[in-house]
Structures are given as structure tokens and as C-alpha cells.
Design a protein around this ligand. Structure first.
Ligand SMILES: Cc1ncc(COP(=O)(O)O)c(C=O)c1O
Length: 341
């Protein structure tokens, strides 16, 4: 094992900044279940404003934010349309089936998005039995395709095709989309009834996600958060880091995107064609196909570069705040020098 550790497993490995730790130590707090934590209230209002919604709700994780959104929008036995590789479908422990009793109808999202035709096809299949379609979920940025960004046109198309069925946006990395496109998060999320983002990923807060929607939706979501045991008490100590994340860590995501392009050039050179259509990453994730992801992970780890597979033939490299340019250049060299297939 090399001494040189470059951690490309996820942007969740980022640690809270000095400014965050200071804000956490000084946070004004109260019992949030009684609505008495002013710092949580500030974070919820700040996020709601940034994504153009009436109200926000602080949750311990992105998974819980998605699960609460699904519970709030649906009732047991209803259907949810989502991309086949989305986080809510693949990486949430099958939670939607247990927490909300819903059935996913999955559509092809290998390009990072899906279209009106996919939604219409799902609706017409369900229409045959008059089965209730309760929700459409989109993921922006879309992690498995390499952090790809939904265009505003594609989102508007989903909205039209939804025909009044609510749309939930898993915007775990929504601010990466904002920085990559220059489009404010509120415009991106305008076509969604609810949206959640993680402050704990590239934005470096230690814990937390925020869900936003109409005031009425958030009131019901607050109840559903309680059902899942997600209520918290003097949690302003965590919300304080989330406020620093939203106020001062968004613009720097551009640096992560630049570093992903450095890694992608090495991947393209060493494994031509493995990145499919996404030759140039739009945000901070480089995803590529490889026939032996376990062997590749081991070879990288031997050289001190940590990276995770996200499928039995798909590998992922994620850039983030806690890397240096030197580390990224080193990882690119390691990738270029890999032996074997
Ligand atoms: C697209 C997406 N949604 C949701 C989540 C869940 O976030 P958390 O790990 O905070 O539960 C993740 C985490 O990796 C993610 O990538």
C-alpha cells in the first residue's frame, strides 16, 4: 500500500471546515421538536429560499429526506416512476417499499435523464388497471451517469407529462448543477413540487439534508419525519454547519468539477470509450465501465488511491473539497499507469 492516500470514494468524506466548527460551537439552540431552535429555522428558511419553495425541513440524511418525501406524496399501494439507477431505487435499502409501501415503475436513465415518453408509457401501462400513479422522482445531478445535469427543457417536459402528478427532485447535489450551468437552484427546482439537497456532501457539513416544498407539504413531511424517528432536539449545532455550507461552500464546487475533468482525461486515455457519452464530466463525478471493478479498486488502492464501484461493471471517482491539486494529479498518473485490461 502506498503512503499517498487520495480518497475518491465520495464527496461525503469531506470534513467540516474551521468556519463550520466555529459556527457549531457558537450556535444558538433550542428544542427543535417544540419549534424552538432558531438556527434550524434559519437553515430551513435559507434552503427554501435558495430553491424557491415556501418552507424547508432539516433531516439527518439524504435517504431520510427522500423517504419522507415519498411517504408524504404517496399512499401505500401507489406507484412511483423513477430512473432505474436512481438513488431512491437502488441505494436506499429498498426503503420506499417498507416506509411508504409503494411500487417503483422504473424507466431507462442510463443517459442521466428520462423523457416525457417514458412517463407516458408508465402512465398508460398503469392506466390499464387504473392503478394510482402518485409520484415521479428525478435525480439532479444524476450520480450513476457521472453527475450529469438535467436541462431545464427536460425537467419541463417531465412536468408536462406528469399531468398534475407531483414531482420530487432528489437534488442531493443540486448545487453542483447550479454551479455547472449557472442556473439558480430555484429555477432548476421550479418544475418539482418538492426538492431535497444534502449539505453533507460536497458542501462539507458533517450531517444533514434539507427538504423543501409548499408550507402544507412541509407540515405533513414534518409529521412523516417523526414517524421514521427523525425528529431532533438541540440540532442547531448541526444546522449551523449547514448554513455555512449553503452560504459559503457552493461557489467552490467549480473547483471539484475542474478536478473531475483532470481525472476524466486520464480515464479516457487509459480506458477509451469507457465513459460512454459523458466524455467530459459536467460536475464532480467520473463514472466509467470496467470489466473487473474489484481488481481495479484493488490496483488503485495499492497505489494509495481509494475509489468505489457502483455496479458490477461500473466504477466511480468523486472529487471534493478535501483533495489537493497535487493529489488529483497523482491519481491521474496512477490511472494512466494501470496495467492489465
Ligand atoms: C443522489 C443521492 N441521493 C441521496 C443520497 C443519500 O444521502 P445520505 O448519504 O445523506 O443519506 C445520496 C448519497 O450518496 C445520493 O448520491
Amino acid at each position: 500500500m502506498s503512503e499517498f492516500q487520495v480518497d475518491l470514494r465520495s464527496d461525503t468524506v469531506t470534513r467540516p471546515t474551521v468556519q463550520m466548527r466555529r459556527a457549531m460551537a457558537e450556535a444558538e439552540v433550542g428544542d427543535d421538536l417544540y419549534g424552538e431552535d432558531p438556527t434550524v429555522a434559519r437553515l430551513e428558511a435559507l434552503y427554501a429560499e435558495m430553491v424557491g419553495k415556501e418552507a424547508g425541513l432539516f433531516l439527518p440524511s439524504g435517504v431520510m429526506a427522500n423517504q419522507v418525501a415519498i411517504r408524504t406524496h404517496t399512499r401505500p399501494g401507489s406507484f412511483v416512476v423513477a430512473g432505474r439507477t436512481q438513488h431512491v431505487v437502488v441505494f436506499e435499502y429498498g426503503g420506499s417499499a417498507r416506509n411508504a409501501g409503494v411500487q417503483f415503475m422504473t424507466v431507462d436513465d442510463s443517459s442521466g435523464t428520462f423523457g416525457a415518453a417514458d412517463v407516458e408509457e408508465a402512465r398508460s401501462a398503469l392506466g390499464y388497471y387504473e392503478a394510482p400513479l402518485a409520484l415521479i422522482c428525478v435525480e439532479d445531478t444524476h450520480m450513476p451517469s457521472g453527475g450529469r445535469v438535467w436541462s431545464l427543457e427536460a425537467l419541463a417536459e417531465i412536468r408536462r407529462a406528469a399531468g398534475g402528478v407531483p414531482v420530487h427532485m432528489d437534488g442531493a447535489r443540486l448545487f453542483n448543477a447550479q454551479v455547472a450551468t449557472g442556473t439558480p437552484a430555484a429555477r432548476i427546482a421550479a418544475g418539482a413540487d418538492s426538492v431535497m439537497s444534502c449539505v453533507s456532501k460536497g458542501l462539507c457539513a458533517p450531517v444533514g439534508s434539507v427538504l423543501a416544498g409548499s408550507r402544507e407539504f412541509i407540515e405533513r413531511a414534518r409529521y412523516e419525519r417523526g414517524v421514521l424517528g427523525g425528529q431532533m432536539r438541540q440540532v442547531g449545532v448541526l444546522a449551523a454547519a449547514g448554513i455555512v455550507a449553503l452560504e459559503s461552500m457552493v461557489e467552490r464546487l467549480a473547483e471539484d468539477h475542474e478536478r473531475a475533468r483532470v481525472l476524466a482525461r486520464a480515464v479516457n486515455e487509459r480506458f477509451p470509450g469507457s465513459m460512454g457519452e459523458a466524455q467530459v464530466p459536467e460536475t464532480n463525478i467520473v463514472a466509467f465501465d470496467h470489466p473487473d471493478v474489484d481488481g481495479l479498486s484493488k490496483a488503485l488502492a495499492q497505489a494509495g488511491v481509494l475509489a468505489n464501484p457502483i455496479g458490477n461493471r461500473r466504477m466511480r471517482l468523486v472529487t471534493h473539497h478535501d483533495l489537493t491539486d497535487e493529489q488529483v494529479a497523482y491519481a491521474a498518473e496512477v490511472i494512466r499507469g494501470l496495467e492489465g485490461a
